[in-house]
Design a binder for this molecule. Structure first.
Ligand code: NOJ
Length: 872
């Protein structure tokens, strides 16, 4: 039984450590690269943190009763495929705590049955509807709970969407940090109100799939030895990429997942600046940090850098050895990892558990991620413990109706020359593979790794099995039959003879369905290694549109995609009478698009990203080729905060549809902007100190007490335990350097446990930073009149110019979705906080309001800003 690994307790080759302690020639080269400064010690939890008091009181009672082995058990996954979920920790059966089940993901419960498939994050964001986004979160949290999931591995704010071709942008919400921040907050509240721990991921700088993992990259033939480094400066980090995570922390998120990539040349799951400094100290995050799957690269180093849970627990899938488990036990026993740190990990994990209302009363996990068979091995990798592992529990409730509504309200009408809404068309010709089914079945491609039939969900770990999938073809046909229309469809992009024959017929209304897909890096579809290769439509979609519209003067285009596509070649053709972006709608796809096309739902979705004219017009892209020899590819975020519309505005780059654009079947008129100033007072940096690090309980130092109790239960192959195989620690560690003083290889202050100064931008007892950042500076209102003849919903958007030479022209800061009857006027309301009007100062490490004149704009999109007011 091999329970340990040599490098596990050593700081290893973490660049953070290497940068400080080693003088190898390799380092001189590193010194020229972006650098992540060390930040130690790891901040301990604050039992008085707002919203966490009760959870921490319960956690303290619980953790105080634990042995060291039990604490370690909470922190370390039991290994890939060791039990039923994608991630499983050890439990504490003695005290009635069932092992945690961690399960993907952001569109529904992955790999099981009788679950729902929700619209993607991107589609949810396109609703700009806080209530619906919250309901989506709640429904997902409820489904997770019903399956026995403890932690649902979403929502996603990294990727934010720096690169329009980024493979996983659809799992997240929008390249705008405010829209994403609001969506994160509402989703997290929903998931956790339903009794499931949410996980804000991937913290941070996870903007592309290429080179996120060395093994994956090698499989594609790239010769690299370290993962990509996202090189992000402090200001950009604060003003852009961190922003939505701040909202997640403020919303009380229970867990955060750290990234595969390096950030400023330090691995995300042992980057002390990211985990200790920004997340736990500045933001006061009180939950736990888990590693992405195989993103942990060291034992003690990651522990002191702020990691709290190792996932899935083994060093790499199915090695049977762990950086933690046995090695964490040893590291605490010999003082390499301070006692307070293991206690802090356990406290954070249990506080998140109690915070969402769990009370040692979780039902058993009733599914297996590894198979849909009813019976099979509970310990999947080991093939042990055959029993019923799938209860096939139906957790869908009536979520189908919600899914239909969100997807309809997240559908964006980009162009409409009077073609929509459809009114009993005489003859509807539906064209394109994207309207029809995957003929192998909706769940046929593993992790949805193909692009067959209609695109309702992209590929990777962010997927779930469809309980059914309503195709556009089936729903539109049903509607056509009800209306007495003639209906025919050609569900292929290449059946040109038949298509031509159809769309040139008299009275034809042609709807062409096209798509563009992407996903997670472990799957490549048609040469798209997670990230898209380009921004064009798949399967000759452009030609299909051009061909159909050359014959049919009433051609409506519907796009399902994971982000922007180039519509440049055909969008302004007079024969293309409408363009509709339907995102990734989930299981009710056909019903939702039918609701919009026929005006049963008046469209109110607004584009959560910009539609550029060319790929280059975005200014930022995926790094497709290694650029640092075999070393870590270096991706410098030199554009700073200028992504998506901020870039287009600055560069005056050509675009077709702007961020925030979306048409309705009615029209709205904006007037009467009013600004009311509040007396927010002066900003005071937080001062003072934390309490010293607390510890909870004590533990035996007799190594005999930690040996695997072979008489009590059988060892399961490849399962990660907290035990030692022999009582001699040196032998148990299998580490030739065992016994070296921790202080010799851990960074300065890593072992400190005395009071620590509070950071000026931190919030004392308030998660989410200095509380004064949320002081309201201005309340704004605007009147919006529905000037058409149907009821409609409008997303009124508030943008601000911060006024400085380095600031974007405008930044979104708030929005209000209002429902207005024809002829009526409704007042939309917005607030601007200190945070909304501040910039980050890397020198003082704090926010400040610059002296530049600030202006507020209110309007229908980032470029239709009819109302304007100076903010004094
Ligand atoms: C890797 C993905 O990056 C992450 O998002 C997911 O939650 C884990 N795998 C588990 O499947």
């Amino acid at each position: 039984m091999k329970l340990t690994l040599a490098l596990a307790v050593l700081a290893s080759s973490s660049p953070v450590f290497a940068g400080i302690f080693s003088s190898s020639p390799q380092l001189n080269k590193r010194a020229e690269l972006a650098y992540s400064p060390p930040f130690y010690p790891s901040p301990w939890m604050n039992p008085d943190a707002d919203g966490w008091e009760e959870a921490y009181a319960k956690a303290k009672d619980f953790v105080s009763q634990l042995t060291l082995l039990e604490k370690v058990n909470l922190t370390t996954g039991t290994g890939w495929a060791s039990e039923q979920c994608v991630g499983n920790t050890g439990g504490v059966p003695r005290l009635g705590l069932r092992a945690f089940c961690l399960q993907d993901a952001p569109m529904g419960i992955r790999g099981t049955d009788y679950n729902s498939v929700f619209p993607s994050g991107l589609t949810a964001a396109a609703t700009w509807d806080r209530g619906l986004i919250n309901k989506r979160g709640y429904a997902m949290g409820a489904e997770a709970k019903g399956k026995g999931v403890t932690v649902l591995l979403g929502p996603v704010a990294g990727p934010l969407g720096r690169a329009p071709a980024g493979g996983r942008n659809w799992e997240g919400f929008s390249p705008d940090p405010v829209l994403t921040g609001v969506s994160m907050s509402e989703t997290i509240k929903g998931i956790q109100d339903a009794g499931t721990i949410a996980c804000a991921k991937h913290w941070v700088g996870n903007e592309q799939e290429h080179f996120r993992q060395v093994g994956e990259a090698k499989n594609y033939g790239y010769n690299i030895s370290e993962t990509l480094s996202s090189n992000i400066d402090d200001k950009t980090m604060h003003e852009l990429y961190m922003w939505p995570f701040v909202d997640a922390v403020r919303a009380g998120v229970g867990s955060v997942m750290c990234v595969y990539t390096q950030v400023n040349n330090s691995y995300g799951c042992q980057n002390s600046k990211l985990l200790n400094g920004l997340l736990k100290d500045e933001l006061g995050f009180q939950g736990f940090v888990m590693s992405d799957w195989q993103a942990q690269h060291t034992g003690a180093a990651s522990a002191v850098a702020g990691l709290d849970m190792s996932m899935p627990g083994d060093t790499e899938f199915n090695t049977g050895v762990s950086f933690w488990g046995t090695n964490l036990t040893l590291a605490v026993l010999n003082g390499t990892v301070p006692e307070y740190r293991i206690d802090d990990m356990a406290m954070r994990i249990m506080a998140a558990y109690f915070k969402v209302g769990k009370n040692l009363d979780e039902e058993d996990v009733n599914f297996s991620f590894w198979t849909l068979d009813t019976y099979g091995p509970l310990n999947w990798a080991a093939g042990k413990n055959i029993q019923q592992i799938n209860g096939h529990v139906d957790v869908r409730e009536n979520h189908g109706a919600l899914i239909r509504e969100i997807a309809a309200k997240g559908t964006v009408v980009l162009k409409n020359e009077g073609a929509l809404p459809l009114k009993k068309p005489r003859f509807l010709a539906v064209i394109g593979e994207d309207a029809g089914p995957n003929i192998w079945g909706p769940n046929s491609c593993d992790n949805r790794g193909c692009d067959n039939g209609t695109l309702a969900l992209a590929w990777g770990s962010g997927t779930a099995n469809f309980p059914y999938l309503i195709t556009p073809d089936s729903a539109l046909q049903a509607q056509a039959i009800r209306d007495g229309s003639r209906y025919e469809s050609v569900l292929s992009n290449y059946a040109w003879t038949y298509t031509q024959g159809l769309v040139k017929q008299a009275n034809a209304t042609a709807i062409v369905f096209v798509n563009a897909n992407s996903g997670e890096g472990f799957i490549s579809v048609d040469g798209n290694e997670g990230d898209r290769k380009n921004l064009t439509l798949w399967k000759n979609g452009d030609d299909l549109i051009k061909n159909v519209s050359s014959l049919c003067p009433n051609t409506i285009v519907v796009i399902h995609s994971t982000g922007p596509v180039l519509v440049t070649d055909w969008y302004d053709s007079p024969n293309v009478t409408a363009i509709v972006w339907a995102g990734l709608p989930g299981q009710e796809s056909g019903n939702s698009i039918t609701d919009v096309l026929y005006g049963k739902v008046n469209p109110s979705g607004k584009s959560p990203f910009t539609w550029g004219k060319t790929r280059e017009s975005y200014g930022t892209d995926v790094l497709y080729e290694p650029n640092n020899g075999e070393g870590a590819p270096q991706q410098d975020y030199t554009e700073g905060v200028f992504i998506d519309y901020r870039h287009f505005d600055k560069a005056d780059a050509p675009l077709i549809y702007e961020f925030g654009h979306g048409l309705s079947y009615t029209t709205f008129k904006y007037s009467n902007i009013q600004v009311q100033k509040s007396n927010a007072g002066t900003y005071r940096p937080t001062t003072g100190e934390t309490a010293p690090a607390p510890t909870f309980g004590n533990f035996s130092t007799d190594y005999d007490d930690y040996v695997f109790p072979a008489d009590d239960f059988p060892y399961i192959y490849q399962y990660i335990y907290p035990y030692l195989n022999v009582s001699d620690p040196k032998k148990a560690s299998a580490d030739p350097f065992y016994g070296e003083e921790a202080s010799e290889f851990l960074p300065p202050h890593a072992l400190d446990n005395g009071s620590q100064p509070l950071l000026p931008a931190s919030g004392k007892n308030a998660p989410g930073g200095n509380t004064q950042l949320y002081d309201v500076f201005y309340t704004l209102t605007a009147d919006i009149e529905n000037t058409g003849d149907v009821v409609g919903e409008e997303v009124a958007q508030l943008y601000v110019s911060l006024g400085g030479p380095d600031d974007p022209k405008v930044v979104l800061r708030d929005f209000d979705k209002v429902r207005i009857e024809p002829g009526q006027t409704v007042q939309a309301r917005f607030t601007l906080t200190r945070r909304d009007l501040s910039n980050w100062d890397p020198v003082t490490q704090n926010w400040f309001v610059s002296e530049y004149p600030k202006t507020a704009y209110i309007g229908q999109s980032s470029r239709k800003l009819d109302l304007e007011a100076k903010l004094d």
